[in-house]
Design a protein around this ligand. Sequence first.
Ligand code: G3H
Ligand code: 13P
Ligand code: ZN
Length: 331
Amino acid sequence: MPVVTSTKMFADAYKNGYAVGAFNVNNMEIIQGIAAAATEHHAPLILQVSKGARAYANHIYLMKLIEAAIDDAEQHAGFALPICVHLDHGDTFELCKSCIDGGFSSVMIDGSSKPYEENIKLTKQVVEYAHDHGVVVEGELGTLAGIEDDVKVAAEDSSYTRPEEVEDFVTRTGVDSLAIAIGTSHGAYKFTAAQCTRNAEGLLVPPPLRFDILKEVEKRLPEFPIVLHGSSSVPQEFVKIINANGGKMPDAVGIPEEQLREAARMAVCKINIDSDLRLAMTACIRQYMAEHPEHFDPRQYLKPAREAIKNMVAHKIVDVLGCNDRAAAAL
Ligand code: G3H
Ligand code: 13P
Ligand code: ZN
């Protein structure tokens, strides 16, 4: 079975109040862990590749590994695993074109840091090429704080999406989905201590997402799929394991899972998760290394790391995104 677009996934997600997980992939173990969780829970899947991931692993390796995940699910689980392969944060027409020509079924053109009219012009150019090739496009309005690829956006330079712009942007560009900024942020340090309060245990509690903006966008764009970037929850159990085993991640903080669940019940159809994969894998490897200082075969620590990714993704699918048992609707 070939890779699929996100069109049917989003239509079903919108109608049934859930979101599809968009997980960033960089190597075989990450792809295998995510695919195993989706296969077990019959979930549709978006695997996304950043410019950095392409530079690290090479486009063709990632594409073939993703195709292998589909074939493996079919052959060993007898299950048609619907996977959409998506370019995350494409920043130029040329990059988007290269991914479209290379077999991706979806691309993001992120013109959110550009002036409004420039964002429209670039996004429209990508949409025209993509749609001619049967590929769907995600655009973005509003700027998230945090780190993506090699770009760091300070909290003071981030800006919420302006709902009054969304209809004009979607109509003039022809995008298939829209990423908006309602207070999520990239990376494992989403908020400074000054932006948060602290709970009884001294842990940081982030400011709530701006559901008022999401509601306004939803009103202006009925039935149109909305995307949330920067949606890792930075589970404190991983941070604790990392810090107890030689790591140093003080005050790492993410988006509370109940707020993501709430967003998924609304117009949000795609939720982006990368940092939580990194944390699951790093926590597992650090602990393994500390407990088995004599081991040096990478398979010994990558196997439990892959399992940790599978368990984390299974939890997201069932308890946060609500996309379990919706795979058939994506085909
Ligand atoms: O939004 C950014 C993603 O987490 C990708 O990160 O560019 O380091 O691969 P990366
Ligand atoms: P996180 O850093 O919160 O995982 O966000 C990932 C993301 O938005 C990828 O585009
Ligand atoms: Zn992102």
